[in-house]
Write a protein that binds this ligand. Structure first.
Ligand code: MG
Length: 187
């Protein structure tokens, strides 16, 4: 079969959505975490804005690489195919491991530094789907969500940040001095 390394935005969105589904995560519940976080600061926000942002983020190449790799590490840990001392570290979801948070921080910052603090909030307070993944990964069912809980939290943080960026951009455009520039890429 032909080897491929580059995929279209719609293919990456589809493959990321499928991967999340395989790992028991719905797009709507990631959007709900983003909504809960950002609606504290503004009432100009809807759940649909958050769903749109989550889908946009899932179509990005960096997200694709982080999510696909993280999900695969979790899956291989569950099947026992990861060898050596690191297998037990991953299975235990060791608090001091930190590479899963590194994936999360990298992803959370795509719409600005504030995304990283938003990720920190989600990482510490573990709302809804994050808590569910974290608890399931530490249970006796041999599930591993060491990477996925941080990836899902980071997507929610990035989505919440993207909505804030859009609200601020909309506000900036009200200034009569605002000049729009045409961008080649839809981010
Ligand atoms: Mg983790």
């Amino acid at each position: 079969m032909e080897k491929r390394t580059l995929f279209s935005r719609s293919e990456m969105l589809q493959m990321n959505s499928e991967r999340l589904k395989e790992r028991g995560v719905k797009i709507e519940e990631i959007a709900e975490v983003a909504y809960a976080q950002q609606s504290k600061w503004t009432d100009v926000i809807s759940r649909q804005d958050c769903i749109d942002s989550v889908e946009k983020i899932l179509s990005l190449r960096d997200t694709f690489h982080i999510l696909q790799l993280g999900a695969e590490i979790d899956r291989l840990t569950e099947t026992g195919e990861i060898k050596g001392p690191i297998r037990d570290v991953l299975n235990a979801d060791l608090g001091l491991f930190g590479i899963d948070e590194l994936f999360g921080l990298e992803l959370a910052g795509i719409y600005g530094t504030i995304g990283k603090t938003n990720f920190g909030d989600i990482d510490v307070n573990k709302p809804e789907v994050i808590e569910r993944l974290n608890t399931a990964g530490k249970g006796d069912k041999k599930e591993c969500h060491t990477f996925m809980d941080d990836i899902v939290g980071a997507i929610a943080a990035a989505a919440s940040t993207r909505v804030a960026q859009i609200i601020n951009e909309t506000e900036a455009r009200k200034d009569p001095r605002y000049k729009e520039i045409k961008l080649d890429f839809d981010v």
